[in-house]
Design a protein around this ligand. Structure first.
Ligand SMILES: Cc1ncc(COP(=O)(O)O)c(C=O)c1O
Length: 409
């Protein structure tokens, strides 16, 4: 059991219920373990943390302290990184649609990965307007690593567009094409990572006369997870060491002939991989009922609190009995407070459950609090807890005004 009744009672009395619980020390240990696996094989490895996955500033600050870069895809995320003190050179601005601050970022020496040909023209216009500044860009390439869908991101590596893009950037004296970027979602196998590494190294050889400054392989690795969740992925969850061997070893071999500082930086952009397992979500049973033979427990939270994953998988839960008279449950569905039939957080619960019981959902770190809409009710608080049991508030519970401040009454 990660939490006992006394602990959750005390935490919810202090911070409210429901509640996000960020396990800070576990996060740090996992982060260091991840980086160690990659840097141990290829010393020029650099982690760039995906803000979209969870941009909670306190978490981003820890990443910064640990030496991670910030990977952002909007002006909003860029502003978080700047607000917590990142230098532009340690921020990677990606994404298919960039805001006006992307130009500030470029002019301040930040890395920006271009998604399309129109964006190239915009960068060239900026370069022409600021001939005294040197702009550093990369190209997001759209590669096929064996996925079963056509990704919409980047510039097609199998068409003339990529060579056209490179030639266009070479025409501009104050633009440096520093690297290549790719990110392919829904492809978390080791084989898919071997393909990413092989294809990106071949593209770098084809498009650059000497080694590029960086190759950014994006994200898409499994996080560590509890066995019940791993079983839903067929138990085939590679370790960080497996991924590191698939990626860092070919890089080390490919650039072994170069002095260390001339080898490209190998970026990956983990989000899920580093945060997912280190935020638990704590909700409570508000009512239990049986309708036409089906049991339901209505919780004081919603599937929106824990993100899209509960549409696809059943998150591991832990029930902490609060001491009220329990009901025997057989295939009970835990459902959210919203008025949507599909607001289902857990299906098929068997065991005892009582009103007031605490439910801890594990693996709630990615695309959870950052994806919570203000639908029907504002979001709850988040705290960071350490191994010694101390806790601090890192996101206040939202109130009426947080949602309605932009509306005109
Ligand atoms: C460019 C880019 N980098 C990193 C990530 C983070 O991926 P994950 O949360 O699977 O680690 C994403 C997710 O969509 C992305 O689009």
């Amino acid at each position: 059991m990660k939490y006992d009744l006394e602990t959750v009672k005390q935490l919810t009395a202090q911070y409210g219920s429901p509640l996000y619980l960020f396990r800070e020390d576990d996060f740090i240990r996992n982060y260091k373990d991840f980086v160690r696996c990659f840097s141990g094989i290829y010393s020029r490895y650099q982690l760039s943390y995906s803000y979209k996955t969870n941009y909670t500033p306190a978490i981003c600050q820890i990443v910064k302290k640990l030496g991670g870069y910030a990977e952002v895809v909007s002006d909003m995320e860029y502003t978080v990184a700047k607000r917590i003190g990142y230098a532009n050179e340690n921020i990677i601005y990606n994404g298919p649609y960039k805001g006006p601050l992307a130009t500030e970022h470029l002019l301040n020496g930040g890395i920006l990965n271009i998604d399309n040909l129109q964006e190239i023209e915009r960068v060239c216009a900026t370069a022409a307007a600021y001939p005294e500044r040197r702009l550093k860009v990369g190209l997001r390439v759209n590669i096929n690593i064996g996925q079963s869908f056509i990704s919409r991101f980047g510039i097609d590596s199998d068409s003339q567009d990529l060579d056209k893009a490179v030639r266009r950037l070479q025409e501009v004296p104050n633009v440096t094409l520093a690297g290549l970027h790719c990110h392919v979602g829904q492809s978390r196998t080791v084989a898919a990572w071997q393909n990413r590494a092989r294809i990106m190294l071949a593209l770098a050889d084809r498009l650059f006369e000497t080694a590029p400054e960086y190759l950014d392989l994006g994200s898409g690795m499994f996080a560590k997870m509890e066995p019940s969740l791993a079983a839903q992925f067929g138990n085939d969850i590679p370790s960080f060491a497996d991924y590191a061997r698939a990626v860092a070893e070919p890089f080390a071999a490919h650039y072994a002939h170069l002095p260390e500082q001339q080898r490209p930086i190998l970026f990956t952009e983990p989000g899920t991989t580093v945060i997912n397992s280190y935020i638990d979500f704590l909700g409570q049973v508000d009512s239990i009922k049986k309708i036409k033979g089906q049991q339901f427990a209505v919780l004081n939270c919603s599937k929106d609190n824990i993100g899209d994953i509960c549409k696809m998988k059943t998150l591991p839960i832990e029930v902490i009995p609060a001491g009220n008279t329990p009901v025997a449950c057989e295939n009970l569905n835990m459902v959210g407070y919203t008025c949507l039939e599909h607001d289902v957080m857990y299906t098929g619960f068997c065991g005892e459950l009582a009103v007031g019981d605490y439910i801890v959902f594990a693996n709630a770190g990615g695309y959870s609090n950052v994806s919570k809409p203000p639908f029907i009710a504002p979001n709850c608080a988040m705290i960071a807890r350490k191994d010694d049991g101390s806790s601090r508030l890192i996101k206040k519970a939202e109130e009426f005004d947080d949602v309605f401040v932009t509306y005109v009454f």
